[in-house]
Design a protein around this ligand. Structure first.
Ligand code: MG
Length: 206
């Protein structure tokens, strides 16, 4: 597949929301191990706002911009700040009604760059960055002109990254205080972002 169209991207967003909703309780339980247990609700609320905002637009830049502001205006907290920053960063780096492989790579690189401005967390800190950074890097490393293969590479890397958080000690934010107790559980944010990226890939492949 040479082009990611705006309609396919909207379908990917809807599928991501569906998959995230199915696992809402699991994400909240994971968050409760080292936090306040609200991550499932937070990610469902934030992504719902983004998907709702996406429906009206027919072009990538405007669509992603509306999604970012939709998240930020309708919800608050770290989950919405990061998700909103992701879509706004993507908006800065995408335009038109269809994206080729280079366009998809640039869009996701822009998303990650803007998230990285909002959080100090990096690989190994047991946060959503453990899923997002490897996913975007795997996409950038792919030489394929097939946009499906880019999402496949991203999903594989996100799953590996999220699985690795199980053995990590929380090293960031309030979760840091729980230290050793966080070991043995996947990070809630890494799990939900992995779920979203995986749903994108499943939608475009099938
Ligand atoms: Mg929380």
């Amino acid at each position: 597949m040479e082009l990611l169209t705006i309609d396919l991207f909207k379908a990917m967003l809807r599928q991501a929301l569906e998959e995230i909703k199915k696992r809402e309780d699991e994400f909240s339980r994971l968050d409760a191990v080292i936090g306040d247990g609200d991550h499932g609700t937070a990610i469902v609320t934030a992504l719902s706002a983004a998907v709702k905002a996406a429906e009206k637009q027919t072009e990538f830049k405007a669509l992603l911009n509306d999604m970012g502001f939709g998240v930020m205006l309708e919800t608050s907290g770290s989950t919405s700040t990061l998700l909103g920053a992701f879509f706004l960063g993507m908006s800065d780096s995408a335009s038109g009604i269809a994206l080729d492989a280079a366009g998809v790579k640039a869009m996701f690189a822009g998303g990650l760059a803007n998230v990285a401005k909002q959080t100090q967390a990096r690989i190994g800190d047991k946060t959503m960055m453990d899923a997002l950074i490897p996913a975007v890097e795997a996409m950038q490393a792919s030489a394929s002109a097939d946009v499906r293969e880019l999402f496949e590479a991203a999903a594989t890397a996100a799953m590996q990254g999220a699985a690795q958080t199980i053995n990590m000690k929380a090293n960031y934010g309030r979760a840091r205080n729980y230290g050793e107790r966080s070991i043995g559980y996947a990070d809630s944010g890494a799990s939900s972002w992995c779920c979203m990226i995986n749903a994108f890939a499943e939608c475009i492949i099938n």
